[in-house]
Design a protein around this ligand. Structure first.
Ligand SMILES: [Zn+2]
Ligand SMILES: [Zn+2]
Length: 337
């Protein structure tokens, strides 16, 4: 009985997730079992549910913003206690042998295993490698932690990786699930923060989250005032933009950094880069060590995503709102509402 779990599965040809029971794999010596309390719903889950990348195996159980308590430990686990509250993000395991794993950059391991590669967090119980788990610091609102484990680490990691400082001028394109968390972290990081949005109605929200300024993507005149201005621009949406115009907004030695996937492949005029030593880069999430730093920072500065809470049984409604762009701003599922 204790090897059984239940989760909300997408099945081939159906657009509704349904509750399914399944057997958990044996608990390995380096794994823990987690009783799940909350799990966030991320756009990536929905992409896999809809087989956007053509690689989804059905029945598919998504969910990679897992928050819960450790209820079982493999024989080699010494650094956790039963009952410890932990988070698990996009990866549930690593090879633990390669140079990236040894350097605590496990997110760069070529054998890393995505949490949703097998039954993920839209469930009541999961077994993952212990070193994929991050303890949740006291002082964070437990019900709001989930989106930090994907959206939060995605925007926090480049701040450390690329030495963004409190003197930096940073723009965030998009005020959505990812963008609103980016604005919050950047404000607390001490940066001058600008939101760039196509949605006029989000200007007030953007300022609440920490934007000092808001620019419309539709407002080319206003954008011209920010030529060569931003040390870092975070792209957090999925729309195609005027890429060379956007590069003009990047300051000398500055960086355009992709955290979202544009619809089309992109071409740039390299002259726009080399004349002022500009960089284009991209990343997703970060290592467990970096996730722990991020959670401690979020706890200290009370960076908390704006969430809508749903009981797990309302998962289809949460996904419908996400797809209709109606969420303000991230959905979190809970067994205890
Ligand atoms: Zn995600
Ligand atoms: Zn590795």
């Amino acid at each position: 009985m204790s090897n059984t779990a239940r989760g909300y599965a997408a099945k081939n040809g159906s657009n509704k997730l349904e509750l399914m029971e399944y057997q958990l794999k044996n608990l390995e010596a380096n794994e823990v079992e987690i009783d799940i309390d909350h799990c966030g719903v991320c756009g990536t889950d929905v992409s896999y549910i809809n087989n956007k990348f053509g690689t989804t195996n059905y029945p598919f159980i998504g969910g990679h913003e897992i928050v819960g308590r450790i209820t079982k430990m493999g024989s080699r686990i010494t650094d956790f206690n039963l009952g410890t509250k932990v988070g698990v993000g996009f990866f549930r395991g690593f090879c633990n042998k390669c140079s990236h794993c040894h350097d605590e950059n496990e997110n760069l391991c070529s054998l890393k295993e995505p949490t949703i590669a097998s039954n993920g967090g839209f469930s009541n119980r999961i077994r993952v490698q212990a070193n994929a788990c991050v303890p949740i610091p006291d002082g964070l609102d437990y019900a709001k932690v989930s989106p930090l484990l994907c959206a939060g680490i995605t925007v926090f990691s480049p701040l450390v990786e690329y030495n963004v400082s409190s003197m930096s001028k940073v723009a965030v394109i998009g005020v959505g699930g990812l963008g609103h968390v980016a604005l919050m972290f950047l404000k607390k990081w001490g940066c001058e923060v600008t939101a760039i949005t196509s949605t006029k109605s989000k200007a007030t929200d953007a300022k609440t989250f920490g934007a000092d300024k808001v620019i419309g993507t539709y407002d080319e005149k206003e954008q011209q005032k920010f030529s060569q201005y931003f040390d870092m621009i975070f792209y957090t949406i999925e729309e195609d933009l005027q890429w060379n115009n956007l590069l003009d907004l990047v300051a000398p030695n500055g960086r355009l950094h992709f955290l979202g996937l544009p619809k089309q492949e992109i071409s740039f005029n390299i002259l726009n880069l080399l004349r002022f030593q500009k960089t284009i880069s991209a990343s997703i999430v970060g290592s467990p060590k970096r996730m722990f730093e991020m959670l401690k920072f979020a706890s200290k500065h009370q960076v908390l995503p704006v969430t809508e809470q749903f009981h797990f049984s309302k998962i289809n409604e949460a996904i419908r709102k996400l797809e209709a762009n109606e969420l303000r701003y991230r959905a979190v599922l809970s067994w205890n509402l």
